[in-house]
Design a protein around this ligand. Structure first.
Ligand code: CIR
Length: 257
């Protein structure tokens, strides 16, 4: 795998009203969120990708989490049908940008009653694991796998019990290495990989991203950072603490392809 392009969207002030499962963490501080976003973009650029930065969309508080309304594979892009009502319209906002990179035959859609969030999709080579979650339903997964298979790719369902999205708890670092936390540590789906177990008190740190040989790790997760470095990866650390307040992390903030 080699990524050439990354799409991000600047957070709006409305990020403070993003969906959250952890209101006790408080609302994101907008100015700080923008600084963190700038640092994130700088880290991505260091990994040798071209970054397309879309403008903020105040109408959609969670729209900086561009990973959810689209999934991009090496064979084409899939515009999803995000499972949260307040986010569903984000699919129409991202599509024109996706079409700048892919022609008509290489853009597919998940349609109602199917729902799917890109945060539930983990790419491992030409196979895609798809979490069945509160956002991604059985019909969405069926459509997604049908599209993948029409492109010569494959997919499989992973039921989730505890976390919001599949990649909240498991992330593939290429080279057979997988960061796993909580409910994913013992899932048979991942038995064949070199699993790096993320301790419960650093669970948020499981959401790292591999970008062209470098792994970007969230700031404040020393066990995860050491484990990733032990695997031999170059690492970059980015603070995503304002995004954590609304259940977001490193992977959610970009589309990498
Ligand atoms: C949401 O609940 O949809 C946002 N507050 C967070 C989305 C995080 N996205 C992701 O894990 N892919």
């Amino acid at each position: 795998t080699k990524f050439t392009n990354v799409i991000v969207r600047k957070p709006g002030k409305s990020l403070c009203n993003g969906i959250t499962s952890a209101p006790e963490l408080g609302q994101p501080i907008y100015e700080r969120a923008v600084e963190e976003h700038d640092d994130y973009i700088a880290a991505l650029k260091q990994c040798g990708v071209e970054v397309t930065e879309l403008p903020a969309l105040e109408q959609y508080p969670d729209s900086c989490f561009v990973e959810d309304p689209a999934v991009i594979t090496r064979c084409g892009a899939i515009i999803t049908n995000p499972g949260a009502d307040s986010r569903n319209g984000e699919k129409d906002e991202i599509e024109p940008t996706i079409r700048q990179f892919f022609d008509d035959e290489h853009v597919a859609h998940i349609v109602s009653p199917g729902t799917l969030d890109g945060g539930d999709v983990m790419m491992v080579g030409d196979h895609f694991f798809v979490g069945r979650s509160a956002r991604t339903n059985e019909e969405g997964i069926r459509q997604f796998i049908e599209i993948l298979e029409s492109w010569g790719l494959s997919g499989s369902e992973v039921p989730l019990e505890e976390v919001l999205h599949l990649k909240t708890g498991v992330n593939y670092l290429e080279d057979g290495n997988m960061l796993v936390s909580g409910e994913f540590i013992d899932k048979p789906d991942f038995a064949e990989y070199n699993k790096v177990i993320v301790p419960e008190d650093e669970a948020y740190g499981a959401n790292c991203i591999w970008v062209n040989g470098t792994v970007i790790v969230p700031e404040g997760y020393p066990t995860v950072l050491a484990a990733v470095q032990d695997l031999g990866y170059k690492t970059l650390v980015v603070d995503t603490s304002e995004y954590r307040k609304v259940d977001g992390g490193l992977s959610c903030l970009s589309l990498r392809f």
